[in-house]
Design a binder for this molecule. Structure first.
Ligand code: BDR
Ligand code: CA
Length: 314
């Protein structure tokens, strides 16, 4: 069993990732921490609770950061054209927004310390909560099993700017802290997630075979599929669920290793730069950083099949 904490900003593709974790027989979901990103944190927290309640789960949800660590960021421009005004494709959710103190970083610290060597953190939003946790409690870097993130664009253009992928762009300093801490980070970036898309046909097959829970995912994903169709994709990009599959099926991912830096200002803000292990010589900006991993390639069809099997229980 993998003990997992999901750090997330639901978010349409976050919803599918959450359902994958809830359904997978080898995942023990310890909790969900939330962050601003696809919507303000009061809404992403409300959404995580709404989804878990709809699926009959009592997994704890802890609200996290409402803004970035990075100084002088432009005001947040929530992606309502992708995830809707309510973060869930404008699927009707009447539950009240969460209005609670931010305690996600402390929850991460407590869970990692209580389960030494076991916790796997899957972070599929801005990395603000994780960066704050490791700054507050540097000991967690050696106590966590590993950190898997959906984020970055290493050899392909970003999806917010030509340089930057959304989760990194939204808090580049936090991403630089996370890649620089002495724990194992595996990034599942746009290089792979832009090749992993679920067609409308597959989504409706999963909805009919997967019961009301998958029907809910399908209903809230309709505008999101439309956005990706208008962007030229034959289906919806399932960024966050692709990263979730790495937890259970790492054999489907091809990893490249190197030290990673993230640009936190200028027109390249949010760019993820990996120094490949084959490059030798003095490189001050990367010097002393841990070698991390990025899934620049993998098997999209097999990843989709694992998602289908898990989410329909077949
Ligand atoms: C990432 O940004 C968010 O909009 C998605 O939920 C995903 O985590 C893709 O760049
Ligand atoms: Ca997300």
């Amino acid at each position: 069993m993998h003990k997992v904490i999901l750090d997330s900003d639901p978010g349409v593709d976050d919803a599918l990732a959450l359902y994958y974790l809830v359904r997978h027989p080898r995942i023990d979901l310890l909790g969900v921490t939330t962050v601003f990103g696809n919507a303000p944190v009061a809404i992403t927290t409300r959404n995580a609770r709404f989804l878990l309640k709809a699926w009959g789960c009592d997994t704890p949800v802890r609200p996290g950061a409402s803004g970035p660590l990075t100084p002088d960021m432009p005001p947040e421009d929530y992606p309502v054209h992708i995830h809707g005004k309510n973060g869930l494709g404008d699927y009707p959710v009447s539950d009240a927004e969460a209005d609670e103190p931010d305690n996600a970083a402390q929850f991460l610290i407590d869970q990692i310390r209580a389960n030494p060597g076991q916790v796997r953190v899957l972070a599929v939003g801005r990395l603000t909560n994780l960066a704050r946790a490791v700054r507050l409690a540097p000991d967690i870097a050696s106590l966590v099993n590993d950190v898997v993130i959906m984020g970055g664009a290493f050899r392909v253009p970003g999806n917010v700017t030509p340089a930057a992928e959304a989760n990194i762009w939204g808090d580049p300093l936090a991403a630089d802290v996370v890649f620089g801490a002495p724990w194992r980070v595996t990034a599942v970036p746009l290089d792979l997630t832009t090749r992993t898309f679920m067609t409308r046909q597959m989504l409706s097959r999963l909805a009919s075979e997967g019961g009301p829970a998958m029907q809910l995912i399908s209903d809230l994903s309709q505008d999101y599929v439309g956005f990706y169709a208008r962007s030229g994709y034959d289906g919806m990009l399932i960024h966050d669920c692709t990263a979730a599959v790495y937890l259970t099926d790492p054999d489907l991912f091809d990893l490249t290793q190197g030290e990673v830096r993230v640009l936190s200002q200028g027109i390249g803000m949010g760019l993820t730069l990996m120094n490949p292990v084959s490059r030798h010589g003095p490189l001050a900006a990367w010097e002393g950083r841990p070698r991390q991993f990025a899934a620049l390639d993998g098997q999209p069809h097999a990843i989709l099949s694992r998602i289908a099997r898990t989410c329909t229980g077949q």
